[in-house]
Design a protein around this ligand. Sequence first.
Ligand SMILES: C[S@@+](CC[C@H](N)C(=O)[O-])C[C@H]1O[C@@H](n2cnc3c(N)ncnc32)[C@H](O)[C@@H]1O
Length: 361
Amino acid sequence: METEGSMDESNSRRSKQLLYLKLAFLAMEPSNCILSLAIEAGGGCITPQVQNYIVKECLGETMKKTTVKDPAYIKGILKKVIAFVVSSSDSVVDCLYEELAHYLTIGGGPPGDNNRIYREISFLSPDYGKDCSNSVNLVASLLCSSNMLEGDTGCSLWPSSLFLSEFILSYPEIFANKSCFEVGSGVGLVGIALSHVGASKVTLTDGDLSSLANMKANLELNKLCFNVASDFTDPSAQKVECKHLAWELATKAEFQDQQPDVVLGADVIYNPECILHLVRVFSIMLEGEYFGEVKREAPVAYIAIVIRNVDTFNHFLTVACESRLSVVDITSNTEVPNLLPYMCSYDRSNVHLLRVSPVSE
Ligand SMILES: C[S@@+](CC[C@H](N)C(=O)[O-])C[C@H]1O[C@@H](n2cnc3c(N)ncnc32)[C@H](O)[C@@H]1O
């Protein structure tokens, strides 16, 4: 017989699994991930309760958004869920069929302009499950490329920026009231996390113009204003600067007005041809004495990286060393809680976190 305590436990486990299912759906996780979360939430099958939850909570929440929806994605999920329920000889609730019929009639073309998809990335509170605090800490709304063809790599979301954002949200004291500068910002997620923890200034940069345009759209989506002259009039909007910065063309003079305390980069070490230029940018930004006569604490950089090619990474280490930069892999001694446990597509196990600082004399 179930005791009151074990019933409470199983209820809270089920609500957690249902929350994961909804967050994965809003993040547009792959359909096999949604399917397995739905099966888990139903305790091994997709029960009528879970099916109703998908319709009311997942689809219901999606319909509330004013941004672009992807009918093809929703159709794919509904088909998979129904196929699974039928193959398990369970019954499919009517509203699930009705939703599928609806999405079949509206077609499944590309989701809006420029092959963009709308993803909502919800970072759970680090204390979720431990107490009654709010379960979600930050929701970042992002337009991302639905394919890898446009905007080079900067219109897609990469595991390194998810990890760097988890790090920022878990260690807000490193970034609060600090001036932060990011290179190769892509969709702008790290900037959203930095604003959330109260960085005094956030500057995001990218060398790719279509990525920069997409990043600005994302900042507006998140009610962050992207430059002084913007006609975006929400007075509560926090300012984040977006700048075009191609590492190859970067000059010291360009950084005269920048005095960052923290420099960041996510998944920017992958192209051997760019390493020299990238390290030069980091060297300039980390040069303590460059910032006038006032002696100030030397800035520090945090880079999140997936090492895809060891030679490229070693080349980065060599060039950094020649530029008198110390690079320390702090992954193993820095506990970064998993704030995205529902994202099956996100493999955080091979992301490294590097701390880069000038070599002290
Ligand atoms: C793999 S993506 C990572 C994007 C984002 N930081 C993330 O992790 O989701 C690499 C980013 O670096 C930018 N990038 C690549 N080479 C660059 C260069 N030479 N100068 C400036 N930006 C560059 C790309 O446009 C892209 O936004």
